[in-house]
Design a protein around this ligand. Structure first.
Ligand code: B12
Ligand code: SF4
Ligand code: SF4
Length: 394
């Protein structure tokens, strides 16, 4: 076997094995640096568009855009995509029964855990089939220092959508991205020639106006940041724009025509909205995809941990999720939530108390006012006092 035939043969065996593990897309690229990605990242950081993500530094960008910074002998990167959408997103709110929306990636098991297990299996397969000097392999999914989307783009897994997500022909943008970095030489794939053309639907659909321009997102306005990554108070002017999103947001993906075609095709094939499909990404029975909000407001620390064990939602922590639940209840405006929100005015977390006050101010009426006035008497926290004053003035 010649050298190049051996490379192609191993590349194809790795591809087949990765597909057998459950990855939906498998492509290959070199481990060369990605100077364009590094420049784009540094530019976004410089413009303050990554504000709030303190760990996203220029130094991180230098490592994340250079696979050899983490594995000096790296020759190839395997780019992997996992489709996760199991049904159409919906909001089950009805009069007297307020519900919120979980972003689709968070319906099922934590993808970091699901995909990490598959990546480890793929790394083990490579070690078994490669000479011993290639033993060192690094795997990434989301949290690692790697620009997942830049690798996906260069490997031809997909193209950059104007909403900054990677779009693919077969699966749209409903994919988790992951990588394996190896010192093995593998046959690289070519980037795709596809792009979004004249379409700009996603840019205009964003409720918080988070797109500064095509391909440029202001992290600080994105509901995904506000409901998942932000640890503190949600800026007051953005709260009404969050609607019923309590963990992440999918609007700029839901409106995308490429995604709509994928959804239609899968539905026709009977692979969409079907309970048994991709069980790990199906909505968990206890929470569903559009959970009732009032019961969530009653979760204590232990009940929260129990409910969201092995779920991506645990990232928000109890106080973050309950903060978001208050905002959604305020936006729905149904007085049925007044008793639960009044109880939340006495929660142990000031963050929850403050956002409960805001929600009661939005709902309004004599019962809400009475609860706010009574909470004012004992409240010691200055920020919550301020929220109470604003709510009473609403
Ligand atoms: C930080 C982060 C966030 C932040 C910031 C988002 C952002 N746009 O950067 C927040 C919390 C808001 C977020 C939200 C979401 N995220 Co996020 N996030 C990340 C993370 C950790 C880093 C992303 C990053 O490097 N951002 C920096 C900016 C500058 O990168 P960028 O926008 O991709 O920039 C590139 C392009 O703009 C391009 N570019 C620049 N100029 C131009 C010009 C042209 C013409 C072109 C073609 C390209 C181009 O070059 C840049 C460099 O590659 C990655 C995981 C990872 N390790 O990579 C996941 C990741 C990007 N997130 C992901 C997901 C699923 C989401 C959400 C859909 C979750 C949700 N439902 O709530 C939303 C989507 C919001 C959106 N519209 O992007 C997936 C994306 C999958 C995909 N198909 O693309 C990733 C890859 C996680 C994973 N491993 O699966 N996320
Ligand atoms: S995820 Fe939602 S808030 Fe964020 S950019 Fe997309 S539409 Fe806007
Ligand atoms: S909605 Fe249009 S512009 Fe936005 S990502 Fe999809 S195809 Fe591209």
């Amino acid at each position: 076997m010649t050298h190049s035939v051996a490379i192609t043969d191993l590349t194809e065996r790795i591809r087949d094995y990765a597909l057998s593990l459950g990855f939906d897309l498998v492509r290959f690229t070199t481990a060369d640096p990605m100077p364009d990605a590094e420049a784009a990242l540094k530019e976004r950081i410089g413009q303050g568009l990554m504000g709030g993500l303190d760990w996203f530094t220029a130094e991180r960008a230098e490592v994340a855009a250079n696979p050899r910074a983490l594995l000096p002998a790296a020759q190839s990167v395997i780019a992997l995509g996992t489709f996760y959408l199991t049904d159409a997103p919906r909001d089950e709110t009805a009069p007297g029964d307020p519900h919120g929306r979980l972003s689709c990636y968070a319906w099922g098991d934590d993808y970091h855990e699901v995909i990490r297990a598959r990546l480890d299996a793929l790394a083990a397969f490579i070690r078994e089939n490669a000479p011993p000097e290639h033993e060192k392999i690094i795997v990434f999914v989301d949290t690692g220092r790697m620009v997942d989307r830049a690798i996906a783009q260069r490997s031809g897994l997909g193209w950059y959508g104007k909403n900054t997500n990677i779009l693919t022909k077969g699966w749209g943008s409903w994919l988790f991205l992951a990588e394996v970095v190896t010192s093995l030489e593998l046959a690289p794939d070519e980037p795709l020639a596809a792009n979004c053309g004249q379409c700009e639907v996603c840019l205009h659909a964003c409720p918080t106006n988070a797109f500064v321009a095509p391909y440029v997102l202001d992290n600080r306005r994105c509901i995904s940041y506000l409901t998942i990554e932000l640890r503190g108070s949600i800026p007051m002017e953005l709260r009404p724009l969050i609607g019923t999103h309590i963990f992440g947001c999918d609007i700029c993906q839901q409106v995308c025509p490429v995604n709509l075609v994928v959804e239609k095709r899968l539905r026709q094939r009977g692979e969409f909205g079907v309970p048994g499909e991709r069980p790990m990404f199906q909505p968990r029975p206890a929470t569903g995809s559009s959970p009732a909000l009032i019961p969530l407001l009653k979760l204590d620390d232990e009940a929260f941990r129990e409910r969201f064990r092995h779920s991506p939602v645990k990232r928000a922590k109890r106080r973050g999720l309950l903060r978001n639940v208050c905002v959604a209840l305020g936006n729905i405006g149904d007085p049925v939530a007044i008793p639960a929100l009044s109880d939340a005015l006495h929660d142990s977390e000031p963050l929850v108390r403050g956002h409960a006050a805001w929600a009661l101010g939005r709902i309004g009426g004599p019962d809400a006012r009475a609860a706010l006035e009574s909470a004012q008497v004992d409240e010691q926290d200055a920020t919550v006092q301020q929220e109470l004053r604003c709510a009473l003035a609403m």
